[in-house]
Design a protein around this ligand. Structure first.
Ligand code: ADP
Ligand code: ADP
Length: 221
C-alpha cells in the first residue's frame, strides 16, 4: 500500500472536520478524493503530508508516518497544496534549483531540465514567476512537487481557478503522471475525477460516503 488511513478523525476546536476516515491506495493507483467545499479534503491532504497530526487514528504514506518529518519522507511525497505560495520574484529555473537544494538532490541540472520539459514549462522557462499565467504557475507547482521524483503525488484542487484551456493542459499532465505514480487528487468536480482517476473516494461533512471504481459510480453523480 502507498497510502493507508486508519480511523482518522480531526477536530478544529470543537468542530469535527474528519470523522473516523479509513481508506487505502495501492501503489500505482490514481484516486479522486471528491467532495463539496468544507467536506474535509484539504484537512485530509494536510494530514497525509504531515502539516497536521490527526486528532485520532493513524496514517502511513510509503510506509512512513508523515508526522515524523524527514527528508526521506519529503522526497517520497510530492504535494501540490491548493494555495501554493510561489516566490514571485524568482525566475522559474532559479526557483527549481532553490527547491532542489532544499531536497538536497544530486545531479540537479539534469533533474531541473527534465522536469521543465516534463511539465511543459519550456516555452516560459526564462520568465519570472510573477509574469506567468495561472496555468503555468500551476505547472511550476507541479514541477516543484515532482523534482525529487516522488512515489506518491498528493494534489489539492489542482485545476481550481484555471480557465478551460489551462484545465485541459493540467489534466493531461496529471493523466500522464498517473502512469508512473500513485496519485491522490482532491477536487469538488466530478468531471475531474472522471477525466483522470480510476477510483473515487467521496467525502461529505467529514465522512466517507462512497469508495468505488469509476465504473461503479452511478450516472447521477
Ligand atoms: P475542503 O478542503 O473539503 O473544502 P477543509 O478540510 O478545508 O474542507 O475543511 C473542513 C472543515 O473544517 C470546514 O468546515 C472548514 O471550515 C473547517 N476548517 C478547515 N480548516 C480549519 C482551521 N484551520 N480552523 C478551523 N476550522 C477549519
Ligand atoms: P481550503 O482549506 O479548502 O483551502 P480555504 O481556502 O477557505 O479552504 O482556507 C484557507 C485557509 O483558512 C486554510 O489554511 C484553512 O485551514 C483555513 N480555514 C478554513 N476554514 C476555516 C475556519 N472555519 N476557521 C479558521 N480557519 C479556517
Amino acid at each position: 500500500m502507498s497510502i493507508t488511513v486508519t480511523n482518522v478523525s480531526k477536530y478544529y476546536g470543537r468542530q469535527k472536520a474528519l470523522n473516523n476516515v479509513s481508506f487505502s491506495l495501492k501503489t500505482g493507483e490514481v484516486v479522486g478524493f471528491l467532495g463539496p467545499n468544507g467536506a474535509g479534503k484539504s484537512t485530509m491532504m494536510r494530514i497525509l503530508t504531515g502539516y497536521f497530526n490527526p486528532s485520532e487514528g493513524r496514517v502511513e504514506v510509503c510506509g512512513i508516518d508523515p508526522a515524523v518529518d524527514s527528508i526521506t519522507f519529503r522526497r517520497k511525497i510530492g504535494y501540490l497544496p491548493e494555495h501554493n505560495p510561489l516566490y514571485d520574484d524568482m525566475y522559474i529555473t532559479e526557483y527549481l534549483y532553490f527547491v532542489a537544494g532544499i531536497y538536497q538532490l544530486r545531479d540537479v541540472k539534469k533533474r531541473v531540465e527534465d522536469i521543465i520539459e516534463l511539465t511543459g514549462l519550456t516555452p516560459e522557462r526564462d520568465k519570472k514567476i510573477a509574469f506567468l499565467s495561472k496555468g503555468y504557475r500551476q505547472r511550476v507547482g507541479l514541477a516543484q512537487a515532482l523534482l525529487p521524483d516522488p512515489e506518491v503525488l498528493i494534489l489539492d484542487e489542482p485545476t481550481s481557478g484555471l480557465d478551460p484551456n489551462q484545465i485541459d493542459g493540467i489534466r493531461d499532465l496529471i493523466l500522464n503522471l498517473g502512469q508512473s505514480k500513485t496519485v491522490l487528487l482532491s477536487t469538488h468536480i466530478m468531471q475531474e475525477v472522471k477525466a483522470i482517476c480510476e477510483r473515487a473516494i467521496i467525502i461529505n461533512k467529514g465522512n466517507i460516503v462512497a469508495d468505488e471504481p469509476l465504473s461503479r459510480l452511478g450516472e447521477s453523480i
